[in-house]
Design a protein around this ligand. Structure first.
Ligand SMILES: Cc1cc2nc3c(=O)[nH]c(=O)nc-3n(C[C@H](O)[C@H](O)[C@H](O)COP(=O)(O)O)c2cc1C
Length: 415
């Protein structure tokens, strides 16, 4: 019987266990998790989402407070056009996070950074360029471009000395998105080194419509993309993601011609994962009916989350002066408009329906995004006598993917 360990992912001259931990912002796929995955021979991701919040939390910086103080006169104004990120600070924050992570890296695996285009940060092109360039300068092994088509992203970094040697990948949810990306990549004569194909059961933002995600399935999209690449004689590793819950699920994709799998939800309850332990217990107790895909994210993309996420219907005051990661190039965010519309009605308790302040809630771990199969997490550990679930280590989960057969899931020992 085959197991994932019978396969290897070849990227350039390197060989990896074919398991990639997907990027999970904000600081959910943290340094500890990424380092552990790399030590086991796989590929771990950190994320640069809300990078200044991450460095303030871990490396004693004061980026958020300083930015807030600089722009606090806009705190009660709807228009945030003047509230700009300092590019030098983005560069410094990225450097800190990447260097600290890479300094701790051990073993034969790799660590990549997940960069979402949807973080428009009131100045999309310039901020993205600095984020990518700084990660490359700081020694990251690879970059995974996500949450957006990234049509101009290769252009932004084509002059960098590492542009042709570090690993660059793209996440797509359709063949159409891939062909658009490849057309633009051809202009700089640089193909992606890997393609993550993310299906409708993934966590985080989805590349599908609110209603139509149910009509798609990952296997069909992967098979269409594999066929296209074969037709065009393009030898680029394809890495499916979204709802791959056991090693055996992974084998089914490897047998179709995939080169590795990308997984995330099972690692949300790992000891090393950045989510607070009480939130991990909430993920562990979730039932199938507790999960929804909604459009509360101001990015405009549907997002999967637990229905009891405190972010839903919260009326928290926007705090773009210190944060502001979703501001578009004109300094707007759909949560700000929704918030001020509700405020104008004069209600004492502000509850904003339909939109959420993603920055504040992701920062505080109050938006509980998850993959479709979050409700199966309880089957991956035990219920202790005190009613809580002991948390497995990242190594336990990784090796369960790597060695399991027959869809078996090995539970960690009760300590
Ligand atoms: C908690 C959580 C946060 C996520 N955040 C991001 C993110 O910031 N950027 C991104 O590209 N994908 C994000 N994802 C998607 C994962 O990287 C991954 O591709 C997907 O969830 C894999 O499916 P699985 O969770 O069913 O294993 C997130 C997923 C989860 C569960």
């Amino acid at each position: 019987m085959k197991k994932l360990d019978d396969f290897r992912l070849n990227l350039g001259k390197k060989e990896y266990v074919p398991i990639m931990l997907g990027g999970m912002g904000v600081d959910i796929s943290n340094k500890e998790l990424a380092v552990e995955i790399a030590s086991l021979g796989g590929i771990g991701h950190i994320s640069d989402a809300m990078i200044c919040t991450i460095t303030d939390r871990h490396y004693n910086t004061n980026f958020v407070k300083n930015k807030y103080n600089k722009y606090k006169q806009y705190a009660s104004q709807k228009n945030k056009a003047e509230v700009q990120f300092d590019l030098k600070e983005i560069e410094e924050a990225t450097r800190l996070h990447v260097e600290h992570t890479m300094n701790e890296k051990r073993g034969e695996g790799a660590i990549y950074i997940n960069c979402m285009e949807k973080l428009t940060m009131n100045n999309p092109a310039e901020t993205l360029k600095v984020r990518l360039t700084s990660a490359m300068d700081s020694g990251i092994d690879g970059i995974t471009l996500s949450a957006g088509l990234h049509l101009g992203s290769f252009e932004l970094i084509k002059g960098h000395s590492r542009f042709r040697d570090l690993k660059l990948g793209i996440i797509v949810s359709s063949l159409r998105a891939l062909t658009l990306f490849l057309r633009r990549a051809a202009r700089v004569e640089r193909l992606p080194d890997f393609i993550v194909v993310e299906g409708p059961l993934a966590g985080g933002h989805l590349g599908f419509g609110l209603e139509d995600w149910k009509k798609y399935n990952l296997k069909d999209i992967v098979s269409e993309i594999l066929e296209y690449l074969r037709d065009k004689d393009l030898n680029i590793p394809v890495i499916p993601a979204g709802g791959i819950f056991t090693g055996t699920d992974g084998i089914e994709f490897m047998e179709m011609g995939a080169s590795a799998i990308q997984v995330a939800t099972r690692f949300t309850i790992a000891k090393e994962c950045g989510l607070p332990d009480d939130v991990k217990q909430i993920y562990l107790t979730a039932g199938e009916k507790d999960v929804e895909v909604n459009t509360t994210s101001p990015t405009g993309y549907p997002m999967r989350m637990l229905k009891n996420s405190p972010s839903i219907n919260s009326g928290i005051k926007p705090s773009c002066e210190g944060l502001g990661y979703i501001l578009d190039r004109e300094g707007n965010c759909s949560y700000i408009s929704a918030y001020y519309d509700v405020k104008a009605k004069g209600d004492k308790n502000v509850s904003v329906q339909g939109k959420t302040c993603l920055c504040m809630h992701m920062k505080n771990f109050k938006c509980w995004t998850c993959g479709h199969y979050v409700y199966r997490l309880k089957d991956t550990t035990n219920l202790a006598s005190d009613g809580t679930y002991p948390l497995p280590s990242a190594r336990h989960i990784f090796e369960d993917y790597q060695f399991s057969v027959n869809h078996e899931i090995k539970r960690p020992p009760l300590s």
